[in-house]
Write a protein that binds this ligand. Structure first.
Ligand SMILES: [Fe+2]
Length: 135
């Protein structure tokens, strides 16, 4: 753990256990990425790529879960929220490509993920919480 590590706080909770658990897993994966950044060798880069790929895959599964529940709850801002998810996925895919081509540092990618995740949970995910509470 270091200054980049993310600590789960109950303030991040959307009061929906399945989604909270997925968010906790994403936080855990982000911390794994930061740890992978510190080694700074080719082997570490390979490990980083593996982790980033599974993090993106996991994020997509998680987005699907969120979208399904927002739909079930008739959440009125579903389309805008879906838009945030797909913009994130395309941004990360582009960032991973840049990293693979040697045009960016892994730490920049890990920091982007952390910022996006915390900001998205605090601002956008929190908004659907009262709707999911009715499910
Ligand atoms: Fe979301």
């Amino acid at each position: 753990m270091d200054e980049d590590s993310v600590f789960w706080d109950d303030a991040f909770s959307v009061n929906f256990e399945l989604i909270d658990n997925q968010h906790k897993e994403l936080v855990r994966m982000t911390n794994t990425l930061f740890m992978g950044c510190k080694a700074g060798s080719t082997a570490a880069d390979v490990a980083f790529m593996k982790t980033i790929r599974s993090a993106v895959e996991y994020a997509q599964t998680h987005f699907y879960t969120e979208e399904k529940h927002m739909q079930l709850a008739n959440y009125p801002d579903l389309e805008a929220h879906k838009g945030e998810h797909s913009t994130f996925v395309s941004t990360v895919v582009k960032a991973v490509k840049e990293f693979e081509e040697g045009n960016s540092e892994p730490i920049a990618l890990a920091r982007f993920l952390k910022q996006w995740l915390l900001n998205h949970i605090a601002k956008s995910d929190k908004k659907y919480a009262p709707y999911l509470a009715k499910l």
